[in-house]
Design a binder for this molecule. Sequence first.
Ligand code: ADP
Length: 444
Amino acid sequence: TVAAKLETSSIANKSQDEEDKEEKASADASLLKKLLRSRLEEDNSAIEIERQNPDSPLYSCKKFEDLNLKQELLQGLYAMGFTKPSKIQETALPAILNDPPQNLIAQSQSGTGKTAAFSLAMLSRIDTNLNYPQALCLAPTLELATQITDVVKKMGQHMKNLNIASAIRGNRMPRNIELREQVVIGTPGTAFDWSCSRVNVLSLKKLKIFVLDEADVMIDQQGHQDICIRIVKGLPRDCQVLLFSATYKNPVIEFAKKIVQNPMIIRLKRSQEALSYIKQFYVRCESFETKYRSLTNIFGLLTVGQSIIFCQTRKTARDLVVRLTEDGVPCELLSGELEVTQRAACIQRFREGKCKMLVTTNVTARGIDVDDVNLVINFDLPLNENMPDYETYLHRIGRTGRFGKSGVAINFVDTNTMHILDKIAQHFGKPIEKLDATDPEQIE
Ligand code: ADP
């Protein structure tokens, strides 16, 4: 019993530890996605809109030219290669560029054009003849803030006199000298130091627009929530507030509603259509060993283009890669233990087809966007506190069936997780068939 106790306590510690790491991982995953993104993600997602006054007219714009933008901003958009608004931009832009300013909560998956939308909103609200902060944008990490700064710079490249300040760690400001930049982009901690503490370099008083990006990642980070709420309290009454998030779970909604008054809410629901192109199977395996054997059987029998194997923990992922490597199977481990740049390099190799098999854990792989993946294996099912994590399941599996290509997803389940699989099948209304991983005919 002593040994058993020791074991459970170390498991408990580990899971806390893993949790802490996963919080950082969600910010990292978001950053990776941005670093690697080459195009807009457009699918048949449905737009869902919620407004205070459902009778007020709702506009949708099919062209940037219809938005009354300053000429130099249109030029900026063209320079970036944007020809028409993305789906979320079609509905969000007319609302947020309108007068009087409309507050907004927008939720859609990464890559749908949120950053571009709020960058455009900030740039069109500011007056570059005035030398004080008029737009403030906060992101969860220094790297994400830097990415936004790059976008705003590019989009504003034709605007004369445009200046952008980075309120990020390490950027020390002399005391009592007020910022003259029109746009400030940073992280909550530093922005708070600059605006609310004694340093007093960033005045919130004349802000016209306040943007909170990646609210879902933000609330994972301790303290960020409170700081954001305090910053919002310091905003002038008529300051426009926009909040963006990739997910819309309860804590995000609660946080969003605390920060944004009378918002219009736009949600782009990821279509579950992706699943219709994917054949889903399950294999009964009771241990790591049987899972491993099923895996090698499957790869021995199937012609696989590229594949991703998802494990629930970093340890399993690592063990699996060690085994595969020992057996001479080329594969790479994409794990939260790697630095962000190493992870970006690994994903890049995968995208270029130099690596065929990727072994990874949940959060890290969120950003992967590869067209040639035709097999996804859930070495472990995605769980969230012992409940099925449908969103992650869709994220993982959705990788294979992109743009109508067909793909196969195979789930390894044991006695303890069989009921989870049933729930997943029920949730998506798609059968998940049993597969005998030793039967070559069935596998073919
Ligand atoms: P999100 O913030 O939702 O993750 P981004 O705004 O970063 O999405 O956009 C995703 C990718 O699509 C970026 O590479 C961006 O440059 C590009 N993009 C955004 N809006 C458009 C558009 N209207 N036309 C073409 N590309 C766009």
